[in-house]
Design a protein around this ligand. Structure first.
Ligand SMILES: *Cc1c(COP(=O)(O)O)cnc(C)c1O
Length: 388
C-alpha cells in the first residue's frame, strides 16, 4: 500500500482520544535569527481582555500603535500600520500593492531574503532583474548599478539587514541609484527595525516592511509597513486591482484610516503585544537601544575570537542584532546546537542556503540583547565544543 496516510476519524477513535494536557512550554533563551525573547510585559499585555475590533477603546489603541510605529520607523508617512501576518506578509504587501504586471524591479540578492523578494516580485508579474552579490557581503551601489539591464525601473528593492548572512546594507547610495533609475525604493527592515538606525524619511525610502519577532521582541504575527507619498501615488494610479484581496491596502485603509470599516478582524491581542513592545522601545529610546545592540554584538564577537571562533562578516558590514559565525572544521553543527538546547535551554540558529552546515547564527535582538545572554552563549559554546 502506498497511498496517503488517512487519519482515523471514526467516532470510536475520537471518543478514545485523550485530551492533551494544558500547554507549559519550557522557557528557552532564544538567540537564533528570530523569534527572539519576548519581554514579560509584552506577554502580559497580550493576556488582557480581547476587545471588539471596532470598540472605541480599541480604535484608540490602533491610533497609538500608528503613531508609535511612525516614531520607530522615523517617518511622518500617513500610511504606516501593522499588517496581519509575519514579516513575509509585509514583504508581500509591499510587492502586491506597488507592482503591476510588466513593471520593472531591480532586486539585490545576496541572501535568502533578497532571493525571496525577487520571487515575490516575479509572482506579481513584474519583470525582475536579480543582481547577485556575494553571500556575507553588502552591495556596493556600483555593483547594483552594473547589474541593471534597463535605464528605467519602477522599483529597486534591497534587504537592509540580511538575517541569513548577518550583513547590514547601507541605504543612502541605493537611494541615489533608485533616483537615477526613476524608481521607488523598497527596503526589508525585518531584522533592523528597533535594532539598528532605520531612517525612512531621512533616507528617502518609499516603502518598508518589518516583523514583530526580531528586534521589536514581540511574538511573530504582525508586519509593520510604511509607504511614502510617492508610493501612495503609484498605488492610486494602478490600472489593475491588487492581486491579493487580503493584503490590498486600498481596502485595509478603510479600517486603519478614518472610515473604520470592517475588512478582516484585526488580531486584537497581537496588537496589544505590539503596543506594549513599541512602548518599551520608545521608553528606552532609539539611540540607547541601538547602542545596546552594538555594545553586546561587539562583546559577543570579542568573546568568540577568544574561543577561536570567527565572525563571517567584516566588522564594518556586520549586523548588531545577528552575528554569523564560521563553524570550525571538524565541529558538528547539529551536535553543538543540540547540546546548547539540552544543557543550557539556549537556541541559536544554523545556516541557510550555501551557509547551511558551516555557519551558526546568533541573535542578540531586542530584549535578548543583554550582557548575560552574551556570556551564556559564549560559555555554552565553549562547553559544547570542549566535549565535541
Ligand atoms: C525573518 C525575516 C523575514 C521573514 O519574516 P517571517 O516573519 O519569517 O515571515 C524577512 N526578511 C528578513 C530580513 C527576515 O529576517
Amino acid at each position: 500500500m502506498c497511498g496517503p496516510h488517512v487519519p482515523d476519524f471514526s467516532s470510536a477513535s475520537i471518543a478514545n482520544m485523550s485530551i492533551p494536557t494544558a500547554l507549559t512550554p519550557p522557557r528557552r533563551v532564544l538567540m537564533g535569527p528570530g523569534p527572539s525573547d519576548v519581554d514579560d510585559a509584552v506577554l502580559a499585555a497580550m493576556a488582557r481582555p480581547t476587545l471588539g475590533h471596532l470598540d472605541p477603546r480599541f480604535l484608540e489603541v490602533m491610533d497609538e500603535i500608528g503613531s508609535m510605529l511612525r516614531s520607530v520607523f522615523r517617518t511622518e508617512n500617513q500610511l504606516t500600520m501593522p499588517m496581519s501576518g509575519t514579516g513575509s506578509a509585509g514583504m508581500e504587501t509591499c510587492m502586491v500593492n506597488l507592482l503591476e504586471p510588466g513593471d520593472r524591479v531591480l532586486v539585490g540578492v545576496n541572501g535568502v531574503f533578497g532571493t525571496r523578494m525577487a520571487e515575490v516580485a516575479r509572482r506579481c508579474g513584474a519583470e525582475v532583474t536579480e543582481v547577485k552579490g556575494e553571500w556575507g557581503r553588502a552591495f556596493e551601489a556600483e555593483a547594483l548599478r552594473a547589474g541593471a539591464e534597463h535605464d528605467r525601473y519602477d522599483l529597486v528593492a534591497v534587504v537592509h539587514a540580511e538575517t541569513s548572512t548577518g550583513v547590514l546594507q547601507p541605504i543612502p547610495a541605493v537611494r541615489e541609484l533608485a533616483d537615477e533609475l526613476g524608481a521607488l525604493l523598497l527596503i526589508d527592515c525585518v531584522t533592523s527595525l528597533a535594532g539598528h538606525a532605520v531612517e525612512i524619511d531621512g533616507w528617502g525610502v518609499d516603502a518598508a516592511y518589518s516583523g514583530t519577532q526580531k528586534c521589536l521582541s514581540c511574538p511573530p504575527g504582525l508586519a509593520p509597513v510604511t509607504f511614502s507619498e510617492r508610493a501612495v501615488e503609484k498605488m492610486k494610479a494602478r490600472k489593475t486591482p491588487v492581486q491579493s484581496w487580503y493584503l490590498d491596502l486600498s481596502l485595509i485603509q478603510g479600517y486603519w484610516g478614518e472610515e473604520r470599516s470592517y475588512h478582516h478582524t484585526a488580531p486584537i491581542n497581537m496588537l496589544y503585544g505590539l503596543h506594549e513592545a513599541l512602548r518599551l522601545v520608545l521608553e528606552e529610546g532609539l539611540e540607547a537601544r541601538f547602542d545596546r545592540h552594538r555594545r553586546h554584538s561587539k562583546m559577543l564577537c570579542e568573546g568568540l575570537e577568544a574561543l577561536g571562533l570567527a565572525a563571517r562578516v567584516p566588522e564594518a558590514e556586520r549586523l548588531a542584532p545577528l552575528t554569523t559565525i564560521a563553524i570550525p572544521d571538524g565541529v558538528d553543527d547539529a551536535a553543538v546546537r543540540g547540546h546548547l538546547l539540552e544543557h543550557f535551554g539556549l537556541e541559536i540558529g544554523g545556516g541557510l542556503g550555501p551557509m547551511k552546515g558551516n555557519t551558526w547564527r546568533v541573535g542578540l535582538m531586542g530584549a535578548g540583547s543583554t550582557e548575560r545572554n552574551v556570556k551564556l552563549c559564549l560559555a555554552a559554546l565553549d562547553d559544547a565544543m570542549g566535549r565535541g
